[in-house]
Design a protein around this ligand. Structure first.
Ligand code: CP3
Length: 353
């Protein structure tokens, strides 16, 4: 128990990102971007011409190289280059990324029997390449910039497993949830345990914070969230508590259920642009840090419009410790790298206090 505490104190002194996660005052507002390593970067696209996404992710040297690419933007944290869907391969679903279509699962879950057929996952063996990337990144950056590990949350993973890929309305997922309650709960419990093991292994390998992506959970009503999702997210968040690393809980479209997300857990709650940052923070209360919440499309807007919106967000957070500037969702491939650098500069310069 002593070691993680000492470790975290040393890191907080040097990293505004880790300090803000703990709601400590920082000289600058820390900033990083979801999907900060990706297709909007020319150096990423150059590498992608030679390798597929999964090849890049499964080769620790390449994944490390991509993880480090956003360093030149001046961001306050790096996020591991991997994907939330990786555990679906060892679970037996057959994961592919098809150009123009996104993720495709060869063996989706359609019946309760399919849930029973899921294979046991041993993180160290089945996802060892991710852990190796964490170690390699750490040896490159020497703790100078914190590394965020991550995983998909059970609902968002289940949605891909049941739909067989991306979806708009989550009809299959919700029908499965309502029709096959027992199988749903078995599936969610399985995913929660795998995710917890996976995140704990990433922290053991050297990740200094973790983010749980529940990207699509805003598709549910608050009542269904409480019934079908909350216990499993809570199991993961509570299961990470003893490690002493900040836990970021990310979701989109959740303005109507922020108190429930908080109940599920996390030291930092990440919100999107569909709610004002100050209103979200007032709803959540002062005992959590907040991450967000620029609309990624604003990175495609003229610089003056972009600058105004960034400052508007900073104004809403003014005076309170514990704001991590980010987008409400990932950087879009159409984004100009210069606009991302521009945002980092404005955030670090801050507004007149
Ligand atoms: O820079 C980073 O943020 C780290 C790497 C990262 C990737 N995926 C790499 C990736 C992270 C954190 C993710 C998370 C992820 N993956 C989420 C949660 C965040 C979110 O956006 O809501 C989800 C839902 C996925 C699943 C996924 N992966 C989809 C739906 C797609 C296809 C759509 C798309 O953007 O292309 C992917 C592919 C993917 N994962 C890419 C990257 C860089 C693009 C692949 C390419 O190079 O062709």
């Amino acid at each position: 128990m002593i070691q993680p505490t000492l470790h975290s104190t040393t890191q907080s002194m040097t990293s505004p990102f880790l300090a803000a996660c703990r709601r400590e005052r920082t000289e600058v507002t820390p900033v990083w971007f979801m999907r900060q390593a990706g297709r909007y970067m020319p150096e990423y696209r150059a590498l992608r011409e030679r390798y597929s996404l999964l090849e890049m992710i499964r080769t620790p040297e390449l994944a490390t190289q991509v993880t480090l690419m956003p360093r030149r933007l001046g961001v306050d944290a790096l996020i591991l280059f991997a994907d939330i869907l990786l555990p679906l391969e060892p679970l037996g679903l057959g994961l592919e990324f098809v150009p123009g279509r996104g993720p495709v699962l060869q063996h989706p879950i359609r019946t309760p029997q399919d849930v029973r057929r899921l294979r046991p996952v041993t993180v160290e063996e089945d996802l060892g390449f991710v852990l190796e990337t964490v170690r390699l990144v750490q040896s490159e950056v020497g703790g100078q910039v914190p590394l965020i590990g991550f995983a998909g949350a059970p609902f968002t993973l289940a949605s891909y497993m049941i739909e067989g890929g991306s979806s708009r309305h989550y009809l299959r997922t919700k029908r499965f949830m309502y029709e096959h309650r027992d199988a749903w709960h078995t599936l969610m419990a399985t995913l929660a345990h795998v995710t917890l093991d996976y995140l704990r292994a990433q922290v053991r390998a050297g990740a200094q914070a973790v983010q749980l992506f529940d990207s699509w959970v805003g598709a549910l009503s608050p009542h269904d969230y409480r019934l079908y999702v909350l216990p499993y997210t809570r199991l993961i968040m509570e299961g990470l508590a003893d490690l002493g690393v900040p836990r970021i809980h990310f979701a989109t479209g959740t303005a109507g259920m922020l108190p429930l997300l908080k109940q599920a857990g996390g030291d930092v709650i990440s919100v999107d642009w569909r709610i004002d940052l100050d209103r979200a923070w007032d709803t959540l209360g002062p005992d959590v840090a907040i991450q967000g919440n620029l609309d990624p499309v604003l990175l495609l807007a003229p610089r003056d419009v972009l600058a105004n919106e960034v400052r508007y967000i900073l104004q809403q957070a003014q005076g309170r410790a514990g704001h991590i500037f980010n987008l409400g969702h990932g950087v879009l491939p159409e984004t100009d790298v210069g606009s991302v650098e521009f945002v980092v500069e404005i955030v670090h310069r801050g507004i007149m206090r």
